[in-house]
Write a new protein. Structure first.
Length: 91
């Protein structure tokens, strides 16, 4: 996924990027990639990444995790849907 790839990798063998590894992120609790320095809000989040949370998160990360410093917003709901379907496949 090109729009995310500057900051996120899907391959654990890649060197660290600005954002955490996204392989297996669907269904996982926020902030669970070991060794990645998340904003404190991720550890406090009490949900798993699913459609209901990823859709508003990709629209505006700070609406879901208020101290997130992820600089990305996707206003197009069809694009968000495609991104979420893609993430679901990355086990
Ligand atoms: C400009 C860099 C950047 C881009 C582009 C970006 N992200 Fe992020 N993302 C981050 C950072 C940084 C964090 C961690 C934020 C924090 O700790 O405050 C993050 C966190 C996340 C998380 C939470 C992961 C977890 O382990 O809890 C998800 C899910 C996510 N991003 C998905 C995406 C997707 C999908 C895209 C592309 C559509 C994307 N991001 C594009 C930088 C980026």
């Amino acid at each position: 996924m090109q729009q995310c790839g500057t900051c996120h990798s899907l391959n654990p063998a890649d060197p660290p990027r600005q954002g955490p590894l996204l392989a297996g992120v669907y269904g996982r609790k926020p902030g669970s990639v070991a060794g990645f320095q998340y904003s404190p809000g991720y550890a406090k989040a009490d949900f798993v990444w699913d459609d209901a949370h990823l859709d508003p998160y990709l629209t505006n990360p700070q609406a879901i995790i208020s101290d997130s410093f992820m600089l990305y917003r996707q206003r197009n709901s069809d694009v968000r849907k495609a991104i979420i379907a893609f993430l679901k496949d990355q086990k």
